[in-house]
Design a binder for this molecule. Structure first.
Ligand SMILES: NC(=O)c1ccc[n+]([C@@H]2O[C@H](COP(=O)([O-])OP(=O)(O)OC[C@H]3O[C@@H](n4cnc5c(N)ncnc54)[C@H](O)[C@@H]3O)[C@@H](O)[C@H]2O)c1
Ligand SMILES: O=C(O)C(=O)C[C@@H](O)[C@H](O)[C@H](O)COP(=O)(O)O
Ligand SMILES: [Zn+2]
Length: 364
């Protein structure tokens, strides 16, 4: 299958996303082209996928890199100061220099963590993203948001640091467990709601093929998601104008669901799924959309067995308090991304706290 390229045009920080399937050999030339002058590579890998790291490391070595590997325990708890500090220690001990490439092999946890190490060590090292989950292929490996969690809130500590390149090989998905695969689909559905009504309709029409991981369907959803994210990031790289904030649809709710669950009850995509339904209900309440649009999202999410409401036992006050720590909050005002029609959303700062509280109270 021919490999695709999606460009991310950011002037001096521009890079290419390569999308292929089973073309491990292509990685060496691609990485070398993206990072011509570099002789050391720190390969940061999720503990569950040593076989994928072997493949990546072999190819980097073939392209002239001397490699070292750090294995990170799987799961959201690794977006921590302890794991970050371990990466800094290895880099300092080697020692790394400013040409040392950091390579993230894993899902969004590894990308966010290794990316933040790359952003901070020696004030910035080149970063190669090699995403191995659906969620990281369609979202987290692109756009340069890196960081770790704080006990009080998701991704509260972080930096923008664009990768030098993103290498997506959809063959890595062959080993991905079903629940993780479905979680990634929440972010794919997000793109349809916020930017592309036709893409949403495609997801509705091809839900069965997507669920059985049909190769064409996977390639199409990965490519379209990357294109849509790239277009947004190109126009508002650091979330300054409000445009990039649309990628946060459902996340004001999702992040408090993840935090209240101790970063373990729900996967990120599961929290985003329920968060999008809450945001859509909030838009209904504000008179922006009819119930039909929320219902379409609920139906599609349910076809992928994704949650469509928070757990009833989660206490509401700490969730509301958590929303005020959301990075979109300004001057003490909550801000939400709300749909106005399929394929279009707005950043709103006129939603009263009581409305968000009511959504949580009536969620079931
Ligand atoms: N930076 C961004 O723009 C951005 C965007 C979206 C999400 N995120 C972050 O990404 C994280 C979620 O990412 P995720 O869903 O990839 O989770 P993850 O990184 O925890 O990976 C999910 C699970 O899949 C396993 N795994 C990874 N690749 C595998 C493979 N090929 N085969 C078998 N198992 C594999 C891992 O061990 C892990 O248990 C969250 O922390 C979220 O906040 C960041
Ligand atoms: O890239 C973005 O911008 C996003 O908002 C993508 C989100 O899917 C992702 O979960 C991101 O990490 C959330 O960012 P945050 O700034 O709300 O922590
Ligand atoms: Zn997300």
């Amino acid at each position: 299958m021919a490999s695709l390229r999606v460009p991310v045009n950011l002037g001096p920080r521009s890079y290419s996303i390569a999308i292929s399937s089973g073309d491990a050999d292509g990685l060496a030339a691609f990485a070398r082209q993206a990072v011509p002058k570099s002789n050391r590579a720190l390969v940061v890998v999720d503990a569950a996928i040593p076989q994928h790291a072997d493949l990546v490391e072999r190819n980097l070595q073939a392209a002239g890199w001397q490699t070292r590997r750090v294995t990170i325990p799987s799961g959201e708890a690794s977006k921590s100061t302890a794991e970050l500090s371990r990466l800094w220690d290895v880099l300092a001990d080697w020692p790394a220099d400013r040409k040392t490439l950091v390579v993230a092999v894993g899902g969004g946890v590894i990308g966010d963590l290794a990316g933040f190490a790359a952003a901070t060590y020696a004030r910035g090292l080149p970063l190669l993203m090699v995403p191995t989950t659906l969620l990281s292929m369609v979202d987290s490996s692109v756009g340069g948001k890196t960081g770790i969690n704080h006990p009080s809130g998701k991704n509260l500590i972080g930096a923008f640091h664009q990768p030098a390149a993103v290498w997506i090989d959809t063959a890595f998905l062959d080993t991905l467990p079903e629940r993780e695969f479905l979680s990634g689909l929440a972010e794919v559905i997000k793109y349809g709601v916020i930017l592309d009504a036709d893409f949403f309709a495609y997801l509705e029409a091809h839900a069965d093929a997507i669920r059985r991981r049909d190769a064409d369907a996977i390639r199409r959803i990965v490519a379209r998601s990357c294109e849509l994210k790239a277009v947004v990031v190109e126009q508002d790289e650091r979330e300054e104008t409000g445009l990039r904030a649309i990628l946060n649809y459902g996340h004001t709710f999702a992040h408090v669901f993840e935090t209240i669950g101790g970063y373990g009850a729900w996967l990120h995509g599961e929290a985003v799924a329920a968060g999008m339904v809450c945001a859509s209900r909030l838009a209904e309440k504000q008179g922006l959309i009819s119930a039909e649009l929320t219902e379409r999202q609920r139906r599609l999410l349910a076809r992928f067995d994704l949650p469509i409401a928070p757990k009833s036992e989660w206490p509401i006050d700490p969730m509301i308090a958590g929303m005020y720590r959301d990075k979109k909050t300004e001057l003490g005002r909550l801000r939400f991304i709300l749909p106005t029609k399929l394929g279009h959303v707005e950043l709103r700062d006129d939603v009263p706290e009581t409305a968000a509280r009511e959504i949580l109270q009536t969620a079931s």
